[in-house]
Ligand binder design. Structure first.
Ligand code: ZN
Length: 151
């Protein structure tokens, strides 16, 4: 278990050091800004939905703690290429894992890469760091332009 924790930390540090899909898209179809005042995490998610409702491109920009940055980085890798309903299923699965709650629906996708963030459920204050990017992308998908706060 300790080995696994070390591995998880290693992955989180790596994503924090070199976040994937970092930056803003020039012509996003959807965009949202999210803040977690408790920790000071702040990020903007921009994405392009193609005509079939598939997330063609997805990026984030902002600053925050290692958990929020790593979570946003892995989120962009996970959701790129998915349809909105598929992205929603990942949101539910991730939210359930991070909060330790039982998911409201069954048959959710396996989280593989996102497992590295499962440790946050033991630290309630960190749950908001881990879920910020997910709330923000969900908000972006619901409204073309929006902002969310965890408080
Ligand atoms: Zn944070």
């Amino acid at each position: 278990m300790n080995d696994l924790r070390d591995l998880y930390q290693e992955v989180i540090f790596d994503h924090n050091r070199s976040p994937r899909n970092f930056g803003m898209l020039e012509h996003p179809t959807h965009q949202a800004h999210g803040v977690n005042p408790l920790c000071g995490d702040e990020l903007t998610v921009s994405l392009v939905l193609d005509k079939d409702g598939v997330i063609e491109d997805l990026r984030f920009e902002g600053r925050g703690c290692a958990i929020s940055t790593a979570s946003a980085s892995i989120m962009t890798e996970t959701l790129k290429g998915l349809s909105v309903p598929e992205a929603d299923r990942y949101f539910d699965a991730f939210h359930a894992m991070a909060t330790g709650e039982t998911p409201s629906q069954t048959d959710l996708p396996a989280l593989t890469k996102l497992e590295v963030l499962s440790g946050v459920r033991d630290y309630p204050a960190r749950v908001k760091c881990a879920t910020l990017a997910w709330h923000t992308v969900r908000s972006a998908l619901r409204n073309a332009s929006a902002s969310v706060t965890t408080e």
